[in-house]
Design a protein around this ligand. Structure first.
Ligand SMILES: NC(=O)C1=CN([C@@H]2O[C@H](COP(=O)(O)OP(=O)(O)OC[C@H]3O[C@@H](n4cnc5c(N)ncnc54)[C@H](O)[C@@H]3O)[C@@H](O)[C@H]2O)C=CC1
Ligand SMILES: O=C(O)/C=C/C=C(\O)C(=O)O
Length: 480
């Protein structure tokens, strides 16, 4: 059984507590590794080494930082097979998904921000003949990055890469539920020659080591992705300390299907939006609204598609793997039960799946479509974060927009229509940080990424991330 270690000061070290948590393979339910149970003392150690590394890292040229980050990206690509296998084992996601999406994206995150920092520029403002202002963008110093379990290495690197590129030293915590690939990244960072103390990776529980990162006085900014309740808790601790905060939180994302959509393409896209990664992506389209005239045909085709999804052993060619943990599976099954109690009709799925063989004790839930629920029920208001979506018909564009906007979340929406004017008109009225038209999760890393309302604060991606991880300082020179 493998025992993971923290990465502090360029070395792999045991937690100060000397205690470990179990790491469970969600496809089998078996314990297969041990994770450091870190705490305040480990954060203190990491901050101490990061403080020593900060001045030198900050003084390196962007091109030098970029060269190291490109080496890390190369190493991720060279280790794609082994990283993908580890991600699938740790998270339960299909191996093919980890190979084609998660791990390539982790490499792209490093490569993208390595290149972006060499192009990063700041503003200047001339005051006629009197003075000139120019804005410096300095690193913040030591920053904290806390990431979730759904896209483990993908989201971990999405935070770390811009923070490092901008010249900060980082204390990072992956989810305790999926720690493996972050641990493997530690080893790749050592191999790539990342200077000691620049990146420190601590493992353990959110309310222990995570909390210690959030409240540490020398950690000046926190970038967090995860549940809305956890995000609110982090904000309540960090805001009174005037820390910079970037929060990417939950979603209850609508999918709007108009009568003039390309039916075949839309069925594919809507199914993927609802069920990719077992529905465990904050962007998943879990409320599907379909124009009444095509509702019967569209729902029939969607049901055929979803009923045909293979669910099971993630190391085999399946569309759906396991949910991430027993607790999460139980939460999702309870949400389906409460949808039934609210009067919903389960059109397909709705139950746990018990595959034969090595995955018989795994945490599998059949992809589930539910019909007949109003907007203002728990099922349509609360994030379920699993393979569960609701279907409802609408009559007018106005009604579709009102339904879409009718929750406390505002992360991502998708609009399916062949009428460009209509798509644009609808996109403009949607209260979301991201709107996809005739696509879903088509990612361009340069674009602002994040949500409004209870879906978060701030934006990641491209220049937004580099701005978040730097402090602007304006210099005004009078030359009269
Ligand atoms: N929108 C998203 O991307 C995600 C949403 N979720 C939602 O959140 C629900 C709860 O899932 P969890 O695994 O509990 O996610 P979480 O949001 O609690 O965990 C995310 C990360 O935050 C850390 N964390 C937890 N409590 C913390 C604290 N007090 N201080 C600092 N760090 C802390 C965790 O260790 C993990 O690394 C899920 O059922 C799902 O609905 C979960 C993961 C990702
Ligand atoms: O950056 C992306 O492409 C996806 C991000 C997804 C999340 O933040 C999430 O599911 O939590």
């Amino acid at each position: 059984m493998e025992t993971l270690a923290n990465y502090i000061g360029g070395e792999l070290v045991a937690p100060q507590s000397g205690t470990y948590l179990d790491n469970i393979n969600p496809a089998t339910g078996a314990v297969y590794g041990r994770i450091p149970r870190s705490g305040e003392a480990d954060v203190d150690n990491a901050v101490a080494v990061a403080e020593r590394a900060q001045a030198t890292w900050q003084a390196t040229l962007p091109e030098q930082r970029a060269a190291i980050m490109e080496r890390i990206a190369d190493l991720i690509e060279q280790n794609l097979e082994v990283l993908a296998a580890a991600e699938s084992e740790d998270n339960g996601k299909p191996l093919a998904l980890a190979k084609t999406v998660d791990i390539p994206r982790a490499a792209s995150n490093f490569r993208f921000f390595a290149r972006a920092i060499t192009q990063f520029a700041s503003e200047s403002h001339a005051m006629g003949e009197a003075a000139i202002n120019y804005t410096l963008r300095d690193p913040i110093g030591i920053v904290g990055c806390i990431s979730p379990w759904n896209l483990p290495l993908y989201l971990f690197t999405w935070k770390i890469a811009p923070a490092l590129a901008a010249g900060n030293c980082v204390i990072a915590k992956p989810s305790e539920v999926t720690p493996k690939t972050a641990f493997m990244l530690s080893i790749l960072c050592i191999e790539a020659g990342l200077p000691a103390g620049v990146l420190n990776i601590l493992h353990g529980l959110g309310n222990e080591v995570g909390n210690a990162i959030v409240v540490h006085p020398k950690i000046k900014a926190i970038s967090f992705t995860g549940g809305t309740v956890t995000g609110a808790n982090i904000a309540s601790l960090a805001a009174p300390k005037f820390k910079k905060l970037s929060l990417e939180l939950g979603g209850k994302n609508p999918t709007l299907v108009f009568a003039n959509c390309d039916m075949e393409k839309t069925v594919e896209g809507v199914a993927r939006a609802a069920f990719a990664n077992q529905g465990q992506i904050c962007l998943c389209g879990s409320r599907i609204y379909v124009e009444k005239s095509i509702y019967p045909e569209f729902s029939r085709r969607l049901l055929d598609k979803v009923r045909g999804m293979r669910v099971g052993d993630p190391s085999t060619p399946v569309e759906q793997g396991a949910l991430v943990s027993q607790a999460h599976m139980e939460k999702v099954l309870a949400a389906i039960d409460s949808a039934r109690k609210e009067g919903g009709t389960v059109l397909c799925g709705g139950e746990r799946i018990v595959p034969e063989g090595r995955c018989a004790n795994g945490y599998f839930v059949a992809p589930t479509l539910i019909e007949g629920l109003p907007l203002n029920c728990e099922t349509n208001q609360q994030e379920i974060f699993g393979p569960v979506a609701t279907l409802q018909a609408f009559e007018t564009e106005q009604e579709a927009v009102a339904l879409a906007n009718g929750t406390d979340y505002g992360l991502a929406a998708s609009v399916w229509s062949e009428d460009l004017r209509q798509s644009h008109r609808v996109a403009k009225q949607l209260e979301f940080g991201i709107v996809w038209v005739n696509c879903w999760l088509q990612r361009d890393l340069r674009t602002p990424f994040g949500g409004v309302k209870n879906s978060g604060v701030g934006r990641e991606g491209g220049l937004e991330a580099l701005r978040f991880f730097t402090e602007p300082k304006n210099v005004c020179i009078n030359y009269e």
